[in-house]
Write a protein that binds this ligand. Structure first.
Ligand code: ADP
Length: 160
């Protein structure tokens, strides 16, 4: 049976840290679905549709295969059932991420009757300090974020 994983997140915007996790996850699983969640946070930079489109553009630009991007308003475990996915991929940058992710993983596992597995990939050291929320602050003050995001994302931000 194919090993299908989801990589859920807000991706507002997608960073080099996210892209690194996507590339590494593709090497592990047969198929990866990047699931972009409705952003309940009022400080959203990009709309749901824009975030999906940007990730699709990055996938095309990088010529990544076996990866798909979809938006969802479902609970991750419900989305997974519909798409026959058994694995959740998440990135871990530091001990705060670890504690947060551990709780989510345990809850997701309980919600899915222990039928899913969460898999954690450690952020590369150069991406450890990188977060979408910090980038949003820099963007609002018109700072240079070119070293932190794929070129496709940078172009979209410049056009905004
Ligand atoms: P969420 O709102 O679900 O935390 P994010 O878009 O912030 O969504 O993050 C999605 C996933 O990507 C999370 O598992 C997060 O830990 C991981 N992630 C975020 N930034 C990085 C990074 N710089 N390096 C590696 N993983 C990251």
């Amino acid at each position: 049976m194919d090993k299908i994983a989801v990589f859920p997140g807000s991706f507002d915007p997608l960073t080099n840290g996210h892209l690194d996790i996507i590339k590494r996850a593709i090497d592990i699983f047969d198929k990866l679905i990047v699931t972009v969640a409705i952003n309940t946070n009022k400080n959203a930079l990009f709309s749901l549709e824009e975030r999906v489109q940007i990730i699709q553009d990055v996938i095309n630009y990088e010529k990544l295969s076996n990866v798909q991007v979809m938006s969802t308003d479902q609970l991750t475990v419900d989305f997974m059932k519909t798409h026959h996915a058994n694995y959740i991929v998440r990135g871990i940058r530091n001990e705060n991420d670890y504690l947060y992710e551990r709780d989510i993983a345990n809850i997701n596992s309980a919600l899915a009757d222990n039928k899913i597995e969460s898999v954690f990939l450690l952020a590369k050291s150069q991406n450890e300090k990188l977060s979408s929320s910090m980038l949003k602050e820099i963007i609002r003050f018109k700072g240079d974020i070119s070293q932190f995001v794929p070129k496709v994302v940078l172009d979209r931000i410049d056009n905004k």
